[in-house]
Design a protein around this ligand. Structure first.
Ligand SMILES: CCCCCCCCCC/C=C/CC(=O)SCCNC(=O)CCNC(=O)[C@H](O)C(C)(C)COP(=O)(O)OP(=O)(O)OC[C@H]1O[C@@H](n2cnc3c(N)ncnc32)[C@H](O)[C@@H]1OP(=O)(O)O
Length: 280
């Protein structure tokens, strides 16, 4: 259960440049939310070792953090990771392999909720991609409006490589950024792009060397909207993204997911993939 703790603290968040800004913190073990009092921007940091794989608890806390950012009327939100080399490893395979059926349902419903809140948010969003971002990790980054990434990492929707299929709303999210042809190729190949290639094709907007620089660039992006009326901006974004948002039929998507994940050959594939990750 997410219980926001709102306290005043000095922020070490963005290094010395921001270190005198007081921040409000609303944090749990898995997700830290820090709002800079000077910029009004919230940094939501995923903190689930070792790889920020998205299990039910992390998704629930992300969902609550997004509610808190909305409620606090923050100027915008930056999504980041506390880990050195991984932004998010995507969905936690253990949620889908030999699952408890009630939890599986909760898991998928919460993932849908996080996407609807993040992709459909009125406030500006940016992702500081300070580590690898496969599959669901790529979905989170793509749901933001701007992406800044460190070099020599990877990002992409690799589902077909695992023998599974990215849901259509994962596809629409990529299509909101890249040309259709590029998306079709990326999805059918299950392509993981290097940071440099992702930048070349426009999946990533900027490359920087450190997490601090990534946070600073994301802040600059969000500040572009400082003089744009908030409501007009929000409605424009939501109207632009409406088609993708409305295409998600939550019940149908849930039923399809439950049916497919429980297929013996999908379970076998997930088991083999999970083993291969462990043996790596
Ligand atoms: C036709 C049938 C259709 C069926 C359709 C039904 C299904 C629909 C759902 C589709 C949606 C899927 C979206 C997803 O997100 S699936 C998840 C995909 N994720 C990945 O492929 C990433 C896998 N991980 C990695 O590539 C690497 O871990 C990394 C992120 C690059 C980091 O590498 P690093 O070397 O730092 O770390 P390790 O690989 O050593 O991992 C450390 C430990 O973490 C465990 N791990 C890693 N990823 C996951 C994960 N996604 N879920 C659970 N656990 C994970 C790994 O096993 C190590 O554990 P260990 O320390 O115990 O060995």
């Amino acid at each position: 259960m997410f219980l926001p703790r709102i306290v005043k603290r000095m922020s070490p968040l963005l290094g010395s440049r921001m270190s005198l800004n007081a921040c409000r913190f609303a944090s749990t073990d898995l997700v830290r939310t820090e709002v800079d009092d000077k910029t009004g921007i919230a940094v939501v940091t995923m903190n689930r070792k070792p790889v920020n794989s998205l299990n039910l608890e992390l998704l629930r806390e992300l969902s609550s953090a997004l509610d808190a950012v909305e409620k606090n009327k923050s100027r915008g939100m930056i999504l980041a990771s506390s880990l050195d080399t991984v932004f998010s490893a995507g969905l936690d395979i253990t949620e889908m392999y030999k699952p408890d059926q009630a939890r599986l349902k909760d898991f998928w419903t919460t993932l849908q909720e996080v996407w609807l809140k993040l992709f459909g948010s009125g406030f500006p969003t940016a992702a500081a991609i300070n580590g690898h971002a496969p599959a669901g990790g790529c979905l989170l980054a793509m749901s933001c409006e701007y992406r800044v990434m460190r070099p020599n990492l990877t990002i992409g929707l690799n589902e077909t490589q695992l023998g599974i299929v990215a849901p259509s709303w994962f596809m629409s999210t990529m299509e909101n950024i890249l040309p259709r042809r590029e998306v079709e190729l990326a999805l059918t190949l299950g392509k993981m792009f290097s940071t440099e290639k992702a930048h070349e094709i426009g999946l990533v907007d900027e490359i920087v060397d450190t997490k601090e620089e990534a946070l600073a660039k994301c802040t600059e992006f969000i500040q572009l909207f400082a003089r744009v009326p908030r409501e007009a901006r929000a409605l424009t974004k939501q109207s632009f993204r409406r088609e993708a948002l409305q295409k998600l039929d939550r019940d149908q998507d849930l039923q399809m997911f439950i049916y497919l994940v429980n297929q013996p050959q999908v379970q076998k594939g997930l088991g083999l993939y999970f083993e291969s990750l462990k043996k790596k």
